[in-house]
Design a protein around this ligand. Sequence first.
Ligand code: DGL
Length: 260
Amino acid sequence: MSEKKRPVAVIDSGLGGISVLNHLLTQLPNEDFVYFGDTANAPYGSKNTEDVLELTVRNIRMLAEKYFAKAVVIACNTATGAAAEKCRELFTNMPIIGIEPAIKPAVTKSGKDDPKVLVMATPLTLSQEKFVHLAEKYNPNADLIPLPCPGLSQVIEEGADEKKVNALLKKLFADIDCENIDAVVLGCTHYPLVSDSISKYFAGAVIYDGGLGTAVQTKRRLSELNLLENGTEKGKLTIINSSEDKNFEILARRYIEICS
Ligand code: DGL
């Protein structure tokens, strides 16, 4: 198979990466995609760096060997933080694009010198040193409020029942001065799937996530490496997961529909 015809792999711990896949499908309509959710090992956010690194290496190797992926998009902030750098060293013949919390636009585009920025992410993402440096680098005056959201990705994996999502958000935001937040960063790819519920709490804030930026970056990398599929036919989407849960594909396709 010619290199250009090979699929782009998109990986996450579960369904969260669908929020990135949606942008990829729009940006790259002629590419074939293999979406992989590591449901047998989810959630990643409460694991340690070494475990998430090991799982991510294993998953990328499987997608390269079994599906002949020409590129991998790590559509998971937690896995990008824990594993992207190391994976780029290990898989040198394949571009690896990772998503990161959209801290830069959130701290620089609010129109304020010292914006209050709420960063919702998994415990593991927020524990990473890199995360603090990102904010310092782009706007040291920004007031960054990290909010670990344990449990939120699981509720979304189960279908995002509105009552359950709202009950959990109410608890998570109990100590947050929501009215005075200027920007909210959805630093986990699951959260954009419930952004309507989240945005209700933040009338005065702009909500950011890194999905579109990651899709644009993927297109740029494929183009630079002359790996873009140049046919005009709509690409094929394959959806798989590590626990062989049949419901996974049904839910994934539902989330694709809701978001598009
Ligand atoms: N979707 C993942 C992220 O972007 C993590 C969810 C999980 O904890 O598994 O960080």
